[in-house]
Write a protein that binds this ligand. Sequence first.
Ligand code: HEC
Length: 194
Amino acid sequence: MCPGHASAGMANVVSLQLTWDFITAERRSPHQTFWKGNNMKKTTVLFATLAVACTAAAPASAEDGMPMDHHAMHHHLMMDERISLNLSPEMKQQQLQNMRSHVAAVQSIVGHLANGEFDLAAEIAHSKLGLTEEMKMMCTHMSDNKDFTKLALEFHQSADQFGDTLKTGDMKKSLQALQTTMNYCVQCHATFRQ
Ligand code: HEC
């Protein structure tokens, strides 16, 4: 996280508030009839103010004692700083195929949920996302990284819990369980790369 972002955000909020006050004040003014005719002008003012706010936000990071020069910013944007699993080319193919099957499973489950077909959804959650023997084998042999293996196994266990929740037919609980399972997708993708 860049320390500059917080103050940059504040600058935007303050500027937006000022713009809004300006527009609403104009609206309340006796020159109400001019409002419509001046619409374009107001819009231009709004965008100009936003543009200024965005430009002003950049140097704000320097005030926090950690200036980010262009080189550092470039580096920051270009680098993938996630942990590499150092997978073999074969493993890479296998993992991506597996992942595409995961996303397809979530898509099918959401469709069944929308139709109230909880049992069908549960079946997919257990067979495609759950901790089957095949999945366990694959996950434990994929990488030497212990944190990755742990996260992967927890993910599949959460999918089995999700499957059990689906069987209750409770929509709200099912969506909450889906979110819990998908947190693992998000967390793992944020931490690891192939
Ligand atoms: C324990 C780790 C882990 C979990 C959990 C996980 N993934 Fe992944 N996934 C990966 C890694 C690693 C990659 C490769 C990313 C990279 O190298 O940039 C990947 C890649 C993908 C891709 C890209 C596939 C391609 O062909 O390019 C998709 C789609 C995907 N994951 C979907 C999901 C979904 C959906 C879930 C949850 C239901 C999920 N993943 C859970 C680790 C995980």
